[in-house]
Design a binder for this molecule. Sequence first.
Ligand code: NDP
Length: 478
Amino acid sequence: MTRHHHYIGGEWVAGCAEAPNVNPSDTSDIVGLYAQADAALARQAIAAAAQASPAWAASTPQQRFDVLDAVGAELLARRQELGELLAREEGKTLPEAIGEVARAGMIFKFFAGEALRTPGDLLPSVRPGVGVEVFRQPVGVVGLITPWNFPIAIPAWKIAPALAYGNCVVFKPADLVPGSAWHLAEILSRTALPKGAFNLVMGPGSEVGQTLVEHPDVRAISFTGSVATGRRIIAAAAARGAKVQCEMGGKNPLVVLDDANLAQAVEVAAQGAYFSTGQRCTASSKLIVTDGVHDRFVDALRARLEGLKIGHALRAGIDIGPVVDARQLAGNLAHLETARAEGAGAIWGGEAVARDTEGYFQLPALVAQTTPEMAVNRQEIFGPVASVLRARDYDHALHLANDTEFGLAAGICTTSLKHATHFRLHAQAGMVMVNLPTAGVDYHVPFGGTKASSYGPREQGRHAAEFYTTVKTAYLQS
Ligand code: NDP
């Protein structure tokens, strides 16, 4: 059994315990043993990052470019191997997992370029003979806490900008999926980063994550995960004046209008709601369909779902892999029970099913004839479950789309330029898609939401500089 240590201060460090990383497609398959840290090890990693901070903050754009570009190139070259590991530990299908590794590689490449063009301004002062320079400096030590559903892409979109702008990193991946994170750390360990500029500590969020959130030397916290944990982190970070950025999921609507291309709308819904087992914060789990097309759309989507192959994530021809673990599967099944108890008129699929390996397999579920107040239309489920709401017309559909505490992504399928344009302006979401799945976004543009979905500056693209730098205004009298 391969053992995997923490990476602290440029050394591989054993933990106080070890935890197995279990394959959700086959629970007899243990991916490896991964070290667990406690608060003391987390503090050791923070101290290492603080010590490395002056050196990395003083690094040249070329040095930062070289590190990030090398990581990106290696991820791209090893996408097949690392994709297999990712599919094995998290359960998304192999093509999806390879795509995620490639995306992580492109994110590192993108931020290699950004390291060369850190934004700034040179302005004349309002006073004669005075110049004003506005430039960006690193924040210092940043704590990065990531969830299990994108084990390499989300770490990449936090680590790459953090390093590009000269910060030192303490990274805590989700305890369920430490394998991809560990390999990313191993790649970073072979670059020219100064010792301590990047640190990996694995272990429970309640101890390791909490230590990062509370430690005075961690000047910024970037988190992706549940609303409950995110809100606690926002309160704790704000209480000690640290920068904080949280991405906390959604209940993303997809509107289908009478004038939509039906085949396209069905594909957009199937891809957006069910692929990656629906375990995406951008999943379109609330389908809002206008009267004229409602019944045809539901019939066609059901037929599409019946054709999907659910099974072991590493097998060829599988469309949807397992749910990530027993707790998440039980939660999905409980949500369907609640929908039944609250009077949903029709529920197709959703059963836990057996395959020739012991895994957490679940059929995609479509819940129709629902009302807006039902839990299935209000709570993030984070599984292969979507509900359908019937709308009278576009205005009613837009109202139902915005009738949520969340605001991450929103989509519409329509051939009407008028409605597409109106929806892009009035959907209450950070990301809007027309005739495209809500899930599946580019790596070079901002990612994030409004309302309860996100807090703090946007992630990804040029906008990442907002969080990972602090602005200094310098005056000079000539
Ligand atoms: P959590 O929010 O608990 O976990 C996300 C990350 O935060 C993990 O690394 C976790 O560590 C860490 N963490 C947990 N508690 C603390 C803490 N007190 N301080 C600092 N860090 C902490 O989400 P779960 O994995 O438990 O998933 C629960 C639900 O959250 C899902 O069903 C889904 O609805 C939602 N979710 C949303 C995601 C999104 O992309 N927005 C992603 C994943 C989940 P550890 O892994 O050790 O618990």
